[in-house]
Design a protein around this ligand. Sequence first.
Ligand SMILES: Cc1cc2nc3c(=O)[nH]c(=O)nc-3n(C[C@H](O)[C@H](O)[C@H](O)COP(=O)(O)OP(=O)(O)OC[C@H]3O[C@@H](n4cnc5c(N)ncnc54)[C@H](O)[C@@H]3O)c2cc1C
Length: 450
Amino acid sequence: MTTDSGDATLAWVVVGAGSAGCVVARRLVDAGHRVTLVEAGPPLEPGAVPAGIDADNSFAALIDDRWYADLLATRTAGSEPRRYLRGRGVGGSSAVNAMVGLTGDTDLYRSWGWDDAEWYSRHHLLPLAVAGSDELGRVDRALLAASPQARRAPLTRRGGRRVTSAEAYLWSILRNERLDVRADAPVDRVEIDQGSAVGVRLVDGELVPADRVVVCAGAIHSPAILLRSAVDVDGLGEGLQDHPAAALLLELRRGVVGSDHETAIGLSTSTIVDADPIQILALNHLGAEPGPGMLLVANMRPVSASGTVRLAADDPTTEPIVDFDLLSDPADVETLRSGVRMALDLLAHPAFDSIVERVFIDDRGTTTDTLDSDEAIDDWLRSHSADYVHASGTCAIGRVTEHDGSVRGHRNLFVCDASLFPTIPNVNTHVPTTMLAERLVAGWTAERAR
Ligand SMILES: Cc1cc2nc3c(=O)[nH]c(=O)nc-3n(C[C@H](O)[C@H](O)[C@H](O)COP(=O)(O)OP(=O)(O)OC[C@H]3O[C@@H](n4cnc5c(N)ncnc54)[C@H](O)[C@@H]3O)c2cc1C
């Protein structure tokens, strides 16, 4: 690892207190380092968690200033940019996500040279628990009845409530004098002197000096910060991926109501079909209130990797231009089409037939009758494909960064978040991001122990 300082206790600045940033800050403090954790959005402290984040209904967490309201992204070639969800504030996306906590395939990790992935899958601090039977919603129950491959997904919850990465990793060290958490402090750029990071410049102009800087601002904002910092490394901001997905909207029959418990807590997702490379996720409703449901069909092993994050302006308050270019490889369309056919078969099962009045494929009320050929399905997918909020790969290990997360050609500058994945994991990205952060910081702190 490249460093200028021989000092055993270093001053680190960690940019972004999301899934990865909380892990990095915690493990560095545990190892005796001093950490300033700088987060663009609001704080998240014990006893002051907004009700929406604590609710079981993950849609209720998307409140106020806890997401990037101006961030847009283009999904497929020719489609209009639409909002792209990212968590903002301490906890990052872990505070607003749907809580599905899957570890992924050890073969994939091995292909990245991680022979120790299984150890990290057991030694992170996120609790994982499936929803109780009394919490299952109507769409959950139908999916469990219709598919032998359906199962309740583990959720990052304890005692029936969400556990964010802030709670799991930061709360127990908030009083540690080696940790300074600075919320509401957006970073403009990393200050770099002759190829070596020396601190970060906040949007308000303040310089926060550091021996080492770790950028953990996520797969959209980490490349934007590095581009603003004039980091000139081939591939920076390229290779953006997400899991391309197709949304089947379920209008539920009149009189079909869930239990009082389901309506009250409105757990939005808890059941998945895992049929590699397809995942089908049940959503019992699509907002803070009970309403229509959804089956979200996703291609979990996309090969298209031509997405980009580019700066729209040098101004740090302007969101970058995000183009996922999903489905650019025809193989991804074919895979997703097979998933759509699988979901349509499931919807013909009596368990769905008894609760679903109609299935729509867009918000104009187009029904699934129109999906009467491969060509019709492919046209629909190319024009309407959704993302799975799993942005990855824009500072990828092996292209932009070395295996320890250090930025190529620079000293004392690291990235650690979902932007590092060499290829998008074949599961929902929160737990893999946590494992990645645990693994990288273990390498950095082992260097100190030597
Ligand atoms: C709505 C939603 C639902 C999801 N559901 C699931 C799910 O059910 N299961 C799953 O596994 N994954 C899910 N994900 C994806 C998963 O949560 C993310 O992949 C993961 O949290 C990414 O972690 P990260 O550390 O890379 O980024 P984040 O957790 O997004 O953290 C980045 C942090 O950096 C901060 N930041 C950004 N720019 C700056 C700046 N300039 N200065 C300072 N700070 C900055 C942000 O505010 C944020 O706090 C979901 C994501 C979303 C948004």
